[in-house]
Design a protein around this ligand. Structure first.
Ligand code: UGA
Length: 435
């Protein structure tokens, strides 16, 4: 099949490369000429394990190409995916659909045969209907369908998630569109991946409901962690003890500094707005948003408390600033709330992240960026672990102790055990485990 992917952001690029690996002929389109140029040279604009190799292989096989010309790329396509950004609109938290509608209208003007226009971007309920209305207004005689096909891949394991998804969701009432979508995902059918065929509105809602539910799970366990600290429990055992119940499930029960990233914060907020506008407010998701926002801020207070209540003139070492490991993405990362507060409290902050420092330096002024994990610790009064990169999981504890001025560690991801840290001579503070 011939596929056009409009938008070479995270979702567009990964999905485009993976569809080409399925054997389809894929053109990825973006207005950003420098990005397309870079992709043609084999340079990948994001850090995602395995993506460079996947792109190179499929480009070499002639199945994947890049273009800035939307109209030329869309002609003759069986499916045209809209995978452009839907950021939070300034002021009201609604998803900004400007790019989605602009893409839809450009696609409408260029199509010359039946095609399925597929929204892959995360879009609020009703967007597919509006895309259809706009295309029809411009091209009343065109044969086309608009389907919703949300993406559930995670940064850092995006390729694996695309190749082996828990399910594929397709929203359309059209048999013809369903047949095209089935053909596109044929290798997954053969792997017996469950497919959920439903209405467009339901499909759009499934994406928000999934992200909001996962964000709720995380926020719930974070609250249990706070309670554990007060009453003397261990949140990791709580997570295991409840997660082994198949009805609850053990994933997304890691307590931490609060969820960040390009999806959960934006999507929970957009769902809150949609639900309110519909006169059916979601009190649960509203609480999740508020609790998570407050949590990220409160993490800085933990560091200050661990350093004896005062950071003036002290040095804080920071390990990890991205919102999670295996990405260079800083969007809504907890570090964006934590680091400025440490600096405002008078601390000198020495930070290291394997991939995120370039983006972070532009967002958090006043930080001393260093070149390796141990460099953060020189003369430090306290060390904070904010992101659980693998390389931080097995640090040489005696070397750490020698480097630091005061051996205090605040581990916001629970990657060390309290007993090993105590034995190594650290005052160790973690999440949801009594010190
Ligand atoms: C999330 C979803 O997991 C994907 O299914 C979805 O496709 C994607 O959003 C999207 O809508 O595009 P992602 O944002 O890449 O993926 O990252 P996650 O692995 O879900 O992590 C999100 C945040 O939650 C991170 O800050 C992470 O540290 C935090 N988290 C996650 C926890 O604090 N505890 C957990 O147990 C899991």
């Amino acid at each position: 099949m011939r596929v056009t992917m409009v938008g070479t952001g995270y979702v567009g690029l990964v999905s485009g490369a993976c569809f080409s690996e399925f054997g389809h002929s894929v053109i990825c389109v973006d207005k950003d000429a420098s990005k397309i140029e870079a992709l043609r040279r084999g340079e990948i604009p994001i850090f995602e394990p395995g993506l460079d190799k996947l792109v190179a292989e499929n480009v070499a096989a002639g199945r994947l190409s890049f273009s800035t010309e939307l109209a030329d790329s869309v002609r003759g396509a069986d499916a045209v995916f809209i995978a452009v950004g839907t950021p939070s609109r300034r002021g009201d938290g609604h998803a900004d659909l400007t790019y989605v509608y602009a893409a839809a209208e450009e696609i409408a003007l260029a199509l010359d045969n039946y095609a399925v226009v597929v929204t892959k971007s995360t879009v609020p309920v009703g967007t597919g209907a509006e895309v259809e209305r706009r295309i029809r207004a411009l091209r009343p005689d065109l044969a086309f369908d608009v389907a919703s096909n949300p993406e559930f891949l995670r940064e850092g394991s995006a390729i694996e998630d695309f190749r082996r998804p828990d399910r594929v969701v397709v929203g359309t009432e059209s048999d013809k569109a369903r047949a095209v979508m089935r053909q596109l995902y044929r290798p997954l059918f053969l792997l017996e991946t469950p497919f959920v065929f439903t209405s467009r509105e339901t499909s759009e809602l499934i994406k928000y409901a999934a992200n909001a539910f996962l964000a709720t799970k995380i926020t719930f366990i974070n609250e249990m962690a706070d309670l554990c600290e007060k009453v003397g429990g261990d949140v990791q055992d709580v997570a295991r003890g409840i997660g082994l119940d198949g009805r609850i499930g053990k994933k997304f029960l890691h307590a931490g500094p609060g969820f960040g990233g390009s999806c959960f914060p934006k999507d929970t907020l957009a769902l809150v707005r949609t639900a309110r506008d519909a006169g059916s407010p979601s009190r649960i998701v509203e609480s999740v948003v508020a609790v998570n926002d407050a949590r990220k801020i409160a993490m800085a207070d933990r560091v200050i408390a661990a350093a004896g209540g005062d950071l003036a003139g002290k040095t804080v070492g920071v390990l990890g600033v991205t919102f999670k490991p295996n990405t260079d993405d800083m969007r809504d990362a907890p570090s964006l709330d934590i680091l400025p507060r440490l600096i405002a409290a008078g601390a000198t902050v020495r930070a290291y992240d394997p991939e995120g420092m370039k983006a972070a330096a532009a967002l958090i002024p006043g930080v001393t960026w260093v070149t390796g994990a141990y460099d953060t610790m020189a003369d430090a009064d306290v060390l904070v672990i904010i992101t659980e990169w693998n390389q931080f999981r097995a640090l040489d504890l005696s070397r750490m102790k020698r480097l630091m001025k005061v051996p205090v560690v605040v581990d916001l991801r629970n990657i060390y055990r309290p007993d090993e840290m105590a034995e190594a001579g650290f005052s160790y503070h973690s999440i949801g485990r009594a010190p």
